[in-house]
Design a protein around this ligand. Structure first.
Ligand SMILES: *[C@@H]1O[C@H](CO)[C@@H](O)[C@H](O)[C@H]1NC(C)=O
Ligand SMILES: *[C@@H]1O[C@H](CO)[C@@H](O)[C@H](O)[C@H]1NC(C)=O
Ligand SMILES: *[C@@H]1O[C@H](CO)[C@@H](O)[C@H](O)[C@H]1NC(C)=O
Ligand SMILES: *[C@@H]1O[C@H](CO)[C@@H](O)[C@H](O)[C@H]1NC(C)=O
Ligand SMILES: *[C@@H]1O[C@H](CO)[C@@H](O)[C@H](O)[C@H]1NC(C)=O
Ligand SMILES: *[C@@H]1O[C@H](CO)[C@@H](O)[C@H](O)[C@H]1NC(C)=O
Length: 555
């Protein structure tokens, strides 16, 4: 008896880093990504796809290093994915039919890859929980962008297509000196002719990876450098909005981040939050910039209504300055701000005093939470949040997972895989577990796999008996695509929900139309008294291939 419990004890000790199960926020390191997680997107309830550049990553495929992988959240292992073109600094997202598309890339550094700058990489919906049989499809001859794009961003729009924004044609060392000042779409619109953008032309040389969001009326908000616009896709007009205050610039290589705050019924009023970046002048040659220049701690918030735009940006401050933060929407409506450095810039070996090859220094090890509904001045806190010791600088990723915790991976401010510098290539995957991960949680069942717009639907729920259910939030979420400190297509739409009197089922009203939630895959999470369920995946809308017609009722 004694012997048995002793061996159990020894067994537990042997695990070494046993997960801390006391309720509270915890970082847990588990597994290595095999390829650098420079881009990441959740593609199924159990899987994410990650991309690096074609490089010297340790995971191999077909006798050469892999630069794509499928990450399994259940086993915490990576399986190599066969990518043909170089996915370095590409973008991507989900279409209305559930297919993931990766777009753009670079001229490869190794011969195993082809030029990825016009690439379109298709990953069809993957139903096997371990990704068996799920592959990436590329046909560079027939399936490609209209122009070369390195460092573009992309987002899913109201008709279920991807809008692809900006980028550069060729390798430029730091600033965007060879810009692609246009938008295009996949599937293509306008017979594949890109649309020129005066906004992009105006925001060089700090306008790589523009941060864009689909607004609930179908238009798109975009911020680049210190400027912002609303782009009307149908009328093809750009409306200039006020600049980000105080000269703060938020796109690559001065990366801040941005999030569309949760949209709530009945009005779904859009508000954007833009945090971090740098207030440096963008005309200073990069070799005169320093890895020790302070990053910005500014968060700027704007309500995207006529009245809100008239009032302009309101300014708040993070607890620490951050270049290259990631902003992750949580199912309870809070925004987690993680990753990044206190000083310097994005990109590699271009400042006068890089640390190794890193243009950034002083990694921020502690995340913070922004609570959009809290009173002004009381929205930002890192109380109860833990500290990691893994730097997440340039080429890091983060995403909410279907389980409800936060996947954090990557960091490589080096050209290729480098193991022996202070800011080396980082393969360790971490999860940031919210307190509810170690608690008894609500469990959803019989959630429909497809819902239409403006309809009522029901599902079952098992609510832990200790929860009074006095605060109920039902969130429909797009988990987005993480690349270069930005989470494109990330979205949270709260839905009105009625809990049955026996506490066993919900009747929920779906978003009114395909502009409030662009049609495509989503996850439903239910938060009861701050305890969040696991997410349940579904397709919102008809599931047809883009472009899909308007559905539901107008706002
Ligand atoms: C870097 O380290 C990983 C293990 O963490 C190893 O598999 C890989 O071969 C190393 N690569 C280089 C270039 O040193
Ligand atoms: C790491 O993940 C594996 C697979 O899910 C799991 O069995 C193991 O307990 C985890 N380890 C820690 C420290 O969480
Ligand atoms: C768009 O911009 C490109 C590059 O500056 C230029 O060659 C082209 O003529 C422009 N197209 C239109 C329709 O203005
Ligand atoms: C935005 O940047 C431009 C160019 O550097 C500058 O002229 C302008 O004053 C800035 N706007 C604000 C509000 O700081
Ligand atoms: C950074 O660039 C300089 C100048 O080209 C070069 O001498 C140096 O070796 C590079 N450093 C790293 C770490 O790549
Ligand atoms: C989704 O649409 C894209 C673009 O037309 C297409 O390439 C892909 O095969 C479609 N996937 C499915 C599952 O229909």
């Amino acid at each position: 008896m004694l012997k048995a419990s002793l061996s159990i004890l020894l067994g537990l000790l042997a695990l070494g880093q046993a997960a801390d199960t006391t309720p509270g926020w915890h970082f847990v390191q588990n597994g290595t990504s095999g390829v650098l997680a420079l881009e990441a997107i959740v593609v199924s309830p159990t899987l994410a796809v990650i991309f690096d550049r074609a490089s010297n990553d340790p995971l191999m495929i077909n006798g050469h290093p892999a630069w794509g992988a499928i990450w399994n959240f259940q086993t915490n292992t990576a399986a190599a994915l066969n990518v043909i073109s170089d996915s370095f600094c590409a973008s991507g997202g989900m279409l209305s039919n559930g297919t993931m598309v990766s777009v753009g890339g670079n001229i490869p550094a190794i011969s195993a890859a082809t030029d990825g700058r016009m690439a379109i990489r298709i990953f069809e919906p993957c139903t096997d929980p371990n990704g068996v049989g799920c592959t990436l499809f590329e046909d560079p001859e027939t399936l490609h962008l209209a122009t070369t794009r390195w460092y573009p961003s992309s987002l899913r729009i109201f008709d279920g297509s991807l809008m692809i924004i900006g980028g550069m044609h060729e390798n430029t060392p730091f600033y965007n000196t060879d810009p692609v000042n246009s938008f295009e779409f996949f599937p293509p619109k306008d017979n594949g002719v890109p649309r020129n953008s005066s906004f992009l032309a105006r925001t060089v040389p700090v306008n790589l990876f523009p941060r864009g969001f689909a607004l609930p009326d179908g238009r798109v908000f975009i911020v680049a450098n210190n400027q912002s616009i609303i782009y009307d896709i149908e009328a093809q007009t750009e409306t200039r909005l006020p600049d980000i205050p105080n000269g703060v610039r938020v796109t690559n290589p001065f990366d801040g981040s941005a999030a569309l705050l949760p949209l709530s019924p009945p009005d779904f009023t859009p508000e954007v939050l833009v945090c971090g970046g740098s207030a440096s002048n963008d005309q200073i040659p990069s070799e005169q910039l320093s890895s020790q220049d302070p990053a910005s701690n500014q968060c700027s918030r704007l309500t995207l209504t006529a009245e809100g735009i008239k009032q302009g940006w309101t300014v708040e401050h993070m607890l620490e300055p951050r270049i290259m933060p990631e902003m992750i929407l949580l199912p309870n409506g809070q925004v987690l701000i993680t990753n990044g450095g206190r000083t310097g810039y994005a990109a590699i070996n271009s400042t006068g005093d890089p640390i190794g090859a890193s243009n950034a220094d002083h990694p921020v090890f502690r995340p913070e939470l922004y609570t959009p509904t809290a009173p002004f001045g009381q929205r930002i806190s890192n109380e109860d949040l833990p500290t990691t010791d893994i730097a997440r600088l340039y080429h890091s990723t983060a995403s909410l997972t279907p389980t409800g915790n936060i996947f954090i991976a990557g960091s490589n401010p080096n050209q290729m895989v480098v193991n022996d510098t202070i800011f080396h290539t980082e393969f360790r995957v971490e999860y940031l577990n919210p307190p509810f991960i170690s608690m008894q949680r609500p469990v959803l069942s019989n959630v429909p796999q497809q819902i239409s717009f403006n309809e009522q639907f029901t599902f079952d729920i098992d609510i832990p008996s200790n929860l009074p259910a006095s605060n109920i939030q039902v969130a429909l979420m797009d988990l987005g695509f993480s690349s270069h400190a930005f989470h494109s297509s990330q979205r949270l739409v709260f839905m009105d929900a009625e809990l049955s009197s026996d506490r066993k089922s919900f009747t929920v009203t779906s978003p009114p139309n395909n502009r409030v939630f662009p049609p495509g895959p989503g996850f439903i999470f239910v938060t009861i008294d701050e305890v969040t369920s696991e997410g349940s995946r579904l397709i919102v809308g008809s599931g047809a291939s883009p472009p899909v017609p308007d559905q539901g009722v107008p706002l």
